[in-house]
Design a protein around this ligand. Structure first.
Ligand SMILES: [Zn+2]
Length: 248
């Protein structure tokens, strides 16, 4: 017994005095500081990571987007998030119908050319605020007794509509109004003309048959891609198209 005790005492003696003392107050406040710093860093990460993943969101849209947990590509039910056009960029075509000024210029040229070819292109819909899109999406959905997944095939959730950008337009044929916003629009002279000439004015069919976003075919819905700002807005959608429909 004595030997063991003496051995223990020897070991204790080998430990430097500074290490044998209990942690000082200074050391404890050091770990509190470390803990606080870690918490701050963790908080910053929680805020910064979603912003990095979804840089297109802002304000309420960011909050809405996070609540809805979009996919890694930022999509929600197949639709991409879009910014609302600034009111300074919008032009009133007629009461209750506004579009982006750049869309307006291109549409004006396109309509003149169509008219010269005997085609009566009419503008059915343009810019929609996120609030209006909310009314359309949730209003129609509830009245038609559809769940969000079904509704999203024909209408985008608020914050996810191309119409919010002011670059998307719905077109009709003035000589065949019964085809307005119907798939039958594809058989009108206006649609045939658009298929041939719209690209010249930088208008692109957003939801062609079998589109990678799996949104219903909408022959009447065209988006303007004639500026870098417009292209930037539609880049996620175009990126997906490029991957699925490689160009030769
Ligand atoms: Zn549309």
């Amino acid at each position: 017994m004595r030997r063991v005790e003496s051995a223990r005492s020897d070991i204790t003696d080998e430990i430097p005095l500074a290490k044998r003392t209990s942690p000082s107050i200074q050391a404890r406040s050091g770990s509190v500081r470390f803990l606080a710093l870690s918490l701050i860093l963790l908080g910053a990460l929680v805020i910064a990571l979603p912003l990095g993943f979804f840089p297109r969101y802002r304000g309420a849209t960011l909050f809405f987007g996070l609540l809805q947990l979009p996919t890694s590509e930022g999509r929600l039910l197949g639709h991409y998030p879009y910014l609302e056009a600034s009111s300074d960029d919008l032009i009133s075509v007629y009461p209750g119908l506004q579009i982006h000024k750049d869309t307006y210029k291109a549409l004006k040229s396109m309509r003149s050319a169509a008219t010269a070819d005997g085609i009566n292109l009419i503008l059915l819909s343009g810019y929609r605020s996120i609030e209006l899109q909310r009314q359309i999406f949730y209003g129609r959905k509830s009245s038609r007794s559809q769940i969000a997944i079904e509704r999203a095939k024909v209408s985008a959730p608020p914050g996810y509509s191309e119409h919010s950008t002011g670059y998307a337009i719905d077109l009709g044929d003035g000589s065949m109004r019964a085809t307005d916003l119907e798939v039958e629009f594809e058989s009108t002279p206006a649609f045939k003309w658009l298929k041939k000439y719209a690209a010249k004015y930088h208008f692109v069919l957003s939801f062609p048959k079998g589109n990678p976003q799996k949104v219903s075919y909408e022959p009447w819905h065209w988006r303007f891609e004639g500026t870098v700002d417009a292209l930037r807005q539609f880049e996620p959608s175009n990126e997906k198209r490029r991957v699925l429909e490689p160009m030769d």
